[in-house]
Design a protein around this ligand. Structure first.
Ligand SMILES: NC(=O)c1ccc[n+]([C@@H]2O[C@H](COP(=O)([O-])OP(=O)(O)OC[C@H]3O[C@@H](n4cnc5c(N)ncnc54)[C@H](OP(=O)(O)O)[C@@H]3O)[C@@H](O)[C@H]2O)c1
Length: 283
């Protein structure tokens, strides 16, 4: 099944009261598609939306709760009669040194970024698989490919998301279900504001460069190169066309960081080319 053109498509989007998620919902409603938008606050979403909401089903969902996610998907199919596209977008940044990151901080991040996505996939994949078509879009980050000091927990979540998504793409292609990993660079959303960004309760004096990095990132707010309107538009175009590789790189900064990572990885592989086989059993 290709993207429907003879009827409105139905999209299930998570994390929609701000940023890229909100922009996606607005553009999808403008297209005339059906949108199931999950959020922690339907009030915030409805206040922020500047669109005709006739085709919107706004649902307050705790993505960490498997039963709540399954119920949201049930309501979505009841209201719109099916599901075509699933966008796992909800996410937040967290800036701290690895040793400053508490057990609770780790669990909260992975609960949303990994367990939550898995909850959505478990509830929606049977529908896409049985109808032999659909599209899953997992919003990662260029920090799902490359990691930098102070971003360890966020990167751990996004790397995990990328790992499960690569596997998923290989599993569901046979059912006509497409999969895209979106890798934005810095986008001018609420991501770097203290409304979204999480910081550790306690820090040590051992990492002044991480405190400086945090200050610099808070100052970056409003100057990020990525435009969420264009970003959301490109994400929608990718799904509608059904064309393109697994990874959708959004932003010149994302492209540069990803290229540097690939080059470093290639240099590492080249350095190991003669020695990697030393741990094999002798022929
Ligand atoms: N902006 C960037 O620079 C950037 C770069 C790379 C990747 N990304 C990724 O892009 C996605 C969208 O981020 P954004 O830039 O649009 O940021 P944003 O403006 O802060 O919006 C984030 C959205 O995620 C949801 N969210 C945040 N924390 C959550 C939590 N603890 N539990 C459940 N939902 C939560 C929020 O949904 P509700 O409040 O409606 O529940 C919100 O609408 C995220 O996955 C982010 O990691 C962003």
């Amino acid at each position: 099944m290709t993207f429907p053109t003879d009827r409105p498509a139905t999209w299930f989007v998570t994390g929609t009261s701000r940023g890229l998620g909100l922009e996606l919902v607005e553009q999808l409603l403008e297209r005339g598609d059906n949108v199931v938008a999950t959020t922690r606050s339907t009030d915030r979403l409805l206040q922020a939306l500047d669109a005709d909401t006739t085709r919107l089903l706004a649902l307050a969902v705790d993505l960490r709760d498997e039963a709540a996610v399954a119920e949201a998907v049930r309501k979505a199919t009841e209201r719109f009669g099916g599901l075509d596209v699933v966008v796992n977008n909800a996410g937040y940044g967290y800036l701290a040194a690895v040793e400053e990151t508490t057990d609770r901080d780790v669990r909260e991040m992975l609960d949303l970024q990994v367990v939550g996505v898995w909850n959505v996939l478990r509830a929606t994949l049977p529908i896409l698989r049985e109808q032999r078509g659909g599209h899953v879009v997992n919003v990662s980050s260029v920090l799902g490919l490359t990691s930098v000091p102070g971003w360890g927990l966020y990167c751990a979540g996004k790397y995990a998301l990328e790992g499960l998504t690569e596997a998923l793409a290989g599993e569901v292609a046979q059912f006509g279900v497409k999969v895209t990993i979106v890798e934005p660079g810095y986008f001018r959303t609420d991501f770097l504001t203290t409304d979204s960004l999480a910081l550790p309760g306690d820090t040590t004096a051992a990492y002044p460069e991480i405190r400086e990095m945090v200050e610099n990132h808070l100052k970056l707010q409003g100057n990020q190169p990525g435009d969420p309107v264009r970003g959301a538009q490109l994400m929608i175009e990718r799904v509608v066309s059904g064309e393109g590789p697994l990874r959708q790189i959004l932003g010149s900064d994302s492209h540069a960081y990803a290229t540097a990572k690939v080059q470093a990885l290639q240099a590492n592989l080249d350095a190991a080319a003669q020695t990697a086989s030393a741990s094999d059993f002798p022929a």
